[in-house]
Design a protein around this ligand. Sequence first.
Ligand code: NI
Length: 201
Amino acid sequence: MKPIALTFDDGPDPATTPRLLAALAAADAKATFMLWGERVAAHPQLVRQVVSAGHAVGNHTHSHPNLEGLTAAQVVAELSRADRAIEAASGVTPSFFRPPYGVVNAHVLAAANRPAVTWRVDSEDWRTHDGERTYSRVLALVQPGDIVLLHDGLISTAEILPRLLCALTEAGYTMVTVPELLAAPLQAQTVYPASGIAVKM
Ligand code: NI
């Protein structure tokens, strides 16, 4: 078993979420969607599809701010609004959050009072918008147990995902959700993975 967790940030998006779901289903792979509250409210049916396909969902805030610059009350409001939108769409309440830009510190963790999930492998799809580079970078860097950052809303990522999943499967990886990967119950005020390269404490 070489489990990894693919994570897709910033969705849902009608142009790409259905393509991601189709590719994941074809590869019998599970993933975690870190949902942007404003977009959840605009496309609740896509969130229902994500959840009914067996994928996990995380809270990526309501309006995608850098949380470091907010008061504790503002952090709570950002997460609560996204929680409510995700609940209304799917009936599921996210149990962890992904801080926008991977920016998290002790102040944000205390205010959020829930586990933060970042990543170890950044596909850099958000920067390159280049499917071939996303493919090469993930395959070069990934190791068993990794959490991998990818993005919903990028056509380049949606286009490359079927090939990427094929290559990962051929390399012996199993794509699971973040809760499945981490197995033990996640603790509030804790960042996963502990050695996350993007985490600023
Ligand atoms: Ni984001």
